[in-house]
Design a protein around this ligand. Structure first.
Ligand code: SAM
Length: 217
């Protein structure tokens, strides 16, 4: 979802708090959240992503920690809220790995703290799996972008992207995420010790559902 809209949704949970972002990336969300939270800790296992965030100029109340959310988080103290946008927590290989990652997040939270989570929407991605390959004009560039999407029996969605820009060598990259139904995401949250308060389904063609959950006491 666009940055401004995501920050508006996060605002009531993060304002004035000690906040954790899981999969902080280059700080697209953490930078504006830092202007309304007391402190933001951003974790990510990709040093190049963290380096890009540092290169933009880190707000004084932001701390970056290189860590893998599939293992217990090396953070001190507890947080009053956590969030994870753009499906970062879907970068797992199974439902049990997702539950473990969510458990690590819950262990870093105060009882009652909110977790806001953007997670891949099956309503949006299953039709792409059926299409298998989709080629569209690249926005703002001469040429096309081709997406090839497959889903295996374990729910692993593989998205390969190839950008063909006129007069240049093609650029290809891929990613894999766990694509599971909404009730399964909710079950993983419950097993990890969260109570789901609200789910906002993705709008048409939007990639992510938005979950709001609370850490159990
Ligand atoms: C799509 S980006 C989202 C970045 C940011 N949340 C945003 O909305 O702009 C996903 C991020 O999750 C991070 N990530 C993926 N797997 C991870 C893991 N196992 N542990 C920590 N971070 C991970 C990636 O390195 C990447 O920076």
């Amino acid at each position: 979802m666009p940055t401004g809209e995501a920050v508006d949704r996060l605002r009531p949970h993060v304002a004035g708090g000690r906040v954790l972002e899981v999969g902080v990336g280059t700080g697209r969300i953490a930078a504006p959240v830092a202007s309304i939270a007391a402190h933001v800790t951003g974790i990510d296992n990709s040093e190049p992503m963290l380096e890009q965030f540092r290169a933009k100029g880190l707000p004084g109340n932001v701390e970056l920690v290189r860590a893998d959310f599939r293992r217990p988080l090396p953070v001190t103290g507890t947080f009053t809220a956590a969030y994870s946008t753009m499906g970062s927590l879907a970068c797992v290989s199974s439902r049990s790995e997702l539950t473990r990652a969510l458990t690590h997040v819950r262990q870093a939270l105060e009882p009652g703290a909110a977790l806001c989570l953007e997670y891949y929407s099956t309503a949006t991605y299953r039709p792409l799996v059926d299409l298998h390959t989709l080629t569209v004009p690249t926005p703002d560039r001469p040429g096309t972008t081709t997406f090839t999407v497959t889903l295996d029996d374990a729910g692993i969605l593989t998205m390969d992207t190839r950008v063909d820009e006129d007069g240049k060598a093609p650029v290809a990259f891929g990613e894999q995420v766990l694509l599971i139904e909404r009730d399964e995401v909710q079950a993983c949250l419950a097993r990890a010790g969260f109570t789901v308060e609200d789910v906002v389904p993705a709008g048409e063609h939007e990639p992510y559902d938005w979950y709001t959950a609370r850490a159990d006491g």
